[in-house]
Design a binder for this molecule. Sequence first.
Ligand code: UD1
Length: 421
Amino acid sequence: MDYLQIVGGNKLRGKVTISGAKNAALPLIAATIIAKDSVQITNLPNVRDIKTLLKLLDNLGARYEHAKSAATIDTSTITSTKATYDIVRTMRASILVLGPLLARFGHCEVSLPGGCAIGQRPIDLHLRALEQMGADISIKGGYVHAKAPQGLRGATIIFDKITVTGTENILMAAALAKGKTTIINAAKEPEVVQLCQILQNSGVDIEGIGSDEITIFGSEGELLPMETISVIPDRIEAGTYLCAGAITNSTITIDKVIPAHIESILVKLQQMGFGLEIGDSNITISPARRIEPIEIVTSEYPGFPTDMQAQFMALALLANGTSIIEERLFENRFMHVAELRRFGANIQLKGNIATVIGPTELYGADVMATDLRASSALVLAALAAQGTSNVHRIYHLDRGYENLESKLNALGAQVTRLQEH
Ligand code: UD1
């Protein structure tokens, strides 16, 4: 197993290029299941979750060629509609094949994703919505068995909670369904918007893109002619590198971003006192004269993303005063707190609210990554800490950050990937 050894205290400088968004690429790869011909996807991040989903498609019988940041996927050869436990358990987002498989083949079996480190994360909303579209769903032996022999039909879906992958699953199912589907309380994340645009470019009429009410006019089972897709930039990777600049008191530029996608993150950095120069597709962050404490409440887009909560907690350790961070999306997304304390952090936890008392002198420590974004918070703290830190279990990081150590080292950090004995 690999770990990262980080010598803290280095100033960063220069420019880092942001990769394509993992969370946009995953539904787009799943959407190739309902494509008429093979589809090329470019600006793919070279991270493990992408390889996992491609492997899942391969298991179903699809063919693909994958070179670094592009893949061509041909799903015309799919022979199986069973997404097996061994893959789904490694990545919850595998559930994204449920909607498209059911819409195209009229039946499928997808392993239940099961528990997850950051909370229960059920899929009841996905299943209920598909039932409303005429699917017959049962759970047997740890698998979701879904059938719709007559095909799916349009329906009005009201999501009780805003769900990103739930909205994406229903968008893909509705694209091939018979008639009109309206999703009320839909997710508005940029990744959802890109999926809508790709479906629309493929001939599906969609109204309300980017709003919380989306209407899709299905193709009645006609597969979609999809053109080459270029994945949007990763707003969470962008936010993480801005935090790397901030926590090391450095001036760095992040390139190939869409600033509008990270407005809530930029506002918080500004409130903390950091300088920001915002271009069309790049942002330069510069040090704060005095780092101010912040209040953060995570919420759905365009609110502050839960996927940036841990990184801002690391940053709040250096603030002059008390910061309050409230996690509203996932019930157990504070596992990084115990690890941050190993660097010297003073954080009090009560339910879903963390009180961070700064400023803290951080000292290098051995810490354990617990989930993808928590891991990046530990890397950030290690960059700011005095001395050497070892961040263990970085397979979490490898799921979602492309070339993390080489990108950081190019900025002047001292990060080495080593193997546990
Ligand atoms: C997606 C992102 C993830 C991000 C999250 C919230 C991908 C691949 N992953 O995850 O990085 O942290 O959005 O922005 O895009 N819920 C239910 N029932 C359901 C579905 C969800 O109760 O059927 C709940 C969840 O437990 C959670 C909330 O709804 O409390 C939001 O979850 P959701 O938006 O579905 O997260 P994901 O799509 O899994």
